[in-house]
Design a protein around this ligand. Structure first.
Ligand code: PMV
Length: 323
């Protein structure tokens, strides 16, 4: 690839890598122990574009990554310990690239670190953009391997659900492996997602659950299995548009996540506000300790009503409808 002269304007770079964000309707944490989970890809996600060096002198500079909507995040691939720089390095190395001279611009339509899978969406968008830019064929197994390397930086030992759903979009039943079963909806799924508090570290939340399970195995192993069972009942309810049952299972799942120790007062408060505003079910979503709740609405007017109620305690509220 030839570099433009120093005086030429930076080339227009169309987005090369897209990804969804995700919300877990049922099954977080238990999925780490081999239970199924029910996840929904949210079309609001990330797009990444790549610019070559504007000056040939910059062609050996470290790869730069800019995410203006995440408080003007700016890192480069030689930075020693910033987690995003470590993840970028993990992706470049797994793809066999140096990334030298490249600038990657990311347009992120979701907030980072609140349980919507932002780090996984970033990994998928970066991997897709770099693979397209360098003409590297990218099947799902390769994407999974590369994104897993990045996700380990943030999450320690992730199940892989976040980047799998960020890549696939849609509604899926997920099993660690990864085994993804795309699910079709007979009628629209109306959700409300509220960012109830700043997010906590997924790594710390997952290791906190592991420590609690090790302290109380007799009580918590059955709870993890029960979460797996309610996921499969939830999958059947979702496929038949039995929203009342799905909502009830979400409520039960929230209770079981409280038993695992991952809910907090702001998450519980948002869950109760959503239910009082007519949600068929509501629960924390993602790793917990902060971040988001997800509520199931009967129809668009109810979705609007729940969103209005959540605005009193949530900084940001999203109302995705999946068809
Ligand atoms: O990173 P989060 O908040 O989207 O949570 C991921 C889901 C967990 O089950 C808590 C962890 C995992 O790797 O599956």
């Amino acid at each position: 690839m030839t570099s433009p002269s120093a005086s030429s304007p930076p080339p227009l770079s169309p987005p090369l890598g897209l990804s969804s964000s995700k919300v877990l309707l049922l099954g977080e944490h238990a999925v780490v122990y081999g239970q199924p989970a029910l996840a929904v890809g949210i079309p609001q996600g990330l797009s990444a574009s790549i610019s070559p060096p504007a000056d040939p002198l910059l062609s050996s500079a470290p790869c730069r990554l800019l995410v203006p909507t995440w408080s003007n995040l700016s890192v480069h691939s030689d930075q020693p310990d910033a987690p995003v720089a470590l993840a970028l390095r993990a992706i470049l190395s797994a793809l066999g690239l140096s990334g030298h001279g490249l600038t990657i611009h990311v347009d992120a339509q979701i907030p980072p670190g609140v349980g919507l899978g932002s780090s996984a969406s970033l990994a998928v968008a970066l991997t897709r953009a770099l693979a397209t830019y360098h003409n590297i064929p990218l099947d799902f197994a390769t994407l999974d391997r590369v994104c897993m390397a990045a996700e380990r930086v943030f999450h320690g030992a992730p199940s892989g659900i976040d980047h799998s759903v960020a890549a696939s979009g849609g509604v899926v039943r997920f099993l660690k492996g990864p085994i993804l079963e795309p699910l079709s909806l007979a009628s629209p799924l109306h959700l409300v997602i509220g960012v109830a508090a700043p997010g906590a570290s997924t790594h710390l939340m997952v290791s906190g659950v592991r420590a609690r399970v090790e302290r109380q195995p007799k009580i918590l192993h059955p709870i993890i299995q029960t979460i797996g069972s309610l996921v499969d009942l939830g999958v059947a309810a979702l496929q038949t548009s039995n929203w009342t049952t799905l909502g009830e299972l979400m409520d039960i799942n929230h209770g079981l996540l409280c038993a695992l120790g991952v809910s907090t007062a702001p998450l519980d408060q948002a869950v109760y506000i959503a239910r009082a505003a007519g949600a068929l079910g509501a629960k924390l979503t993602g790793a917990g300790g902060g971040g988001c709740i997800v509520a199931l609405a009967q129809d668009p007017p109810s979705q609007h009503h729940i969103a209005t109620a959540l605005h009193t305690v949530c900084n940001e509220v999203l109302c995705p409808t999946l068809t």
